[in-house]
Write a protein that binds this ligand. Structure first.
Ligand SMILES: [Zn+2]
Ligand SMILES: [Zn+2]
Length: 452
């Protein structure tokens, strides 16, 4: 089936750059060494020993950045799960602000969820959103239209037609597909028209009314809880259905031990499943909810330390394939209400790398190459090319100062919303420059200080 190019958008100003003596880390090619690298017309054209490349004689266009052997150059990240809030909720985020936030976090592409207003569930709406992305998005964006019309769980969308229009797959994110029969039909269509079904796993009959993880902290605070089995039983059900139908599914935002075990079991059986985990589930627990800060209220809720450790182990072993931010912007007045009434979700694009570097790499829990692999792996899960640092490749690159420390949010955010669960935390590792699809999509103000 011929489909429209699934990623759309990005700046139309191909970069001309010489990055001299940067420490290149590309986990897939196992390149981990100091190099000079030249980008011309947005493409990596030369990769050489440090000091080997001289500034272009002819080119007044070329920008020179000195890495002093210290700045890291890595493949730019890919986020398979963000909420850009357009159409309909542009007071929270839009294509421009959301992709600015992504570029500031080192991402060269993101996949947007369909729980907008109206819901992205028809080919005409997908077409108009893609037209808008072509004009407004700083980095390429892919879209997952809804599995069911209006996210109502009652009627499938026109999946084949949506695929023709460039849908990367489908998701009812924000809601589960509650009916097994409905999901089964979606899986059968998935097999016919391709793409990935990305599933938000939650049994509403178990989670209904809950505002946080059901456990010791919810009991102490007197807040109604959501048991982890609300996620894990639904995930196990859907894995079995996908296995039965031979369909391809991706499990969104895993949050607990039992879900990691269910994914491991599904993979061991050879079922076509993959999974993602968010930085907040890897770094925070129900203990962080004790202060009833609404930025700590997310879906699925932060669970226990045992759950967090299982997620880290799942990411390390590959049971969990990739990191996804589930960037979920909400306006200040929406979050500044009592905990039970606040909407669920945290922004995450601008802090993902630094939070995980600070929380997992610096203490020696996982290594940097693995983190970069897991922050870039989602592209392949959605059958897209993976960013790679080699000559002939389009420049999808992130330049990072691993020594720089910063306080999250102290200079504001690129995102239109500020409901970040890591706000106020001191983080180490700062994105200085992001190239997406060959163009400079983000440049940190600190770059002029360190890169001269
Ligand atoms: Zn979700
Ligand atoms: Zn989401």
């Amino acid at each position: 089936m011929s489909v429209s190019e699934p990623l759309i958008g990005g700046l139309h100003s191909p970069a001309e750059l010489l990055l001299r003596d940067v420490h290149v880390l590309d986990p897939r090619s196992r390149l981990d060494a100091r190099r000079d690298l030249r980008v011309r017309a947005g493409e990596i054209v030369e990769l050489a020993e440090p000091g080997a490349l001289a500034p272009a004689q002819d080119g007044g266009e070329e920008e020179l950045i000195e890495g002093h052997g210290r700045l890291r150059l890595m493949p730019a990240f890919f986020d398979p799960h963000v909420h850009l809030r357009t159409p309909g909720q542009e007071h929270k985020e839009d294509l421009d602000s959301g992709t600015r936030a992504a570029a500031a976090g080192g991402f060269a592409a993101v996949i947007a969820m369909p729980n907008t207003d109206p819901v992205l569930d028809s080919a005409p709406l997908l077409r108009s959103l893609r037209d808008a992305a072509a004009r407004e998005a700083r980095i390429p964006v892919g879209f997952l239209p809804a599995i069911t019309r209006g996210l109502q769980g009652e009627q499938l969308t026109e999946m084949a037609e949506l695929r023709q229009e460039g849908a990367l797959g489908f998701s009812d994110d924000g809601k589960p597909v509650q009916s097994a029969g409905m999901l089964r039909r979606a899986l059968q269509y998935q097999r016919l028209c391709g793409g990935v079904l990305a599933l938000h796993e939650e049994d509403k009959t178990l989670s209904h009314g809950g505002a946080m993880h059901e456990g010791a902290v919810s009991a102490a605070l007197g807040i109604a809880g959501i048991p982890t089995v609300a996620e894990s039983t639904m995930l196990a059900r859907d894995a079995a259905l996908a296995g039965y139908e031979g369909a391809r599914v991706h499990f969104q935002h895993l949050s607990c031990v039992a879900s990691v075990e269910a994914v491991a079991d599904a993979k061991a059986r050879g079922w076509r499943v993959s999974a993602e985990v968010s930085p907040h589930h890897l770094l925070l627990t129900e203990q962080d909810v004790r202060g009833m800060d609404t930025r700590m209220k997310m879906h699925p809720p932060l669970a226990t330390e045992a759950d967090r450790l299982a997620l880290i182990e799942g990411l390390r072993s590959g049971t969990i394939d990739c990191v996804a931010t589930d960037h979920a912007p909400h306006a200040r007045d929406e979050k500044e209400v009592p905990f039970e009434q606040a909407p669920m979700g945290s922004t995450g694009l601008e802090t993902a790398f630094a939070a995980l570097y600070t929380g997992l790499v610096l203490p020696g829990i996982i290594d940097l190459a693995l983190l970069v692999e897991r922050m870039t792996a989602a592209a392949a899960l959605f059958e897209l090319p993976t960013a790679s640092i080699a000559t002939g490749e389009k420049a999808n690159l992130v330049l990072v100062d691993l020594d720089a420390t910063w306080v999250a949010g102290e200079h504001g955010w690129e995102s239109r919303s500020e409901n970040c669960c890591f706000a106020g935390r001191k983080l180490q590792g700062r994105v200085l420059l992001t190239l997406a699809a060959g163009a400079v999509a983000h440049r940190d103000r600190a770059l002029s200080l360190v890169g001269a």
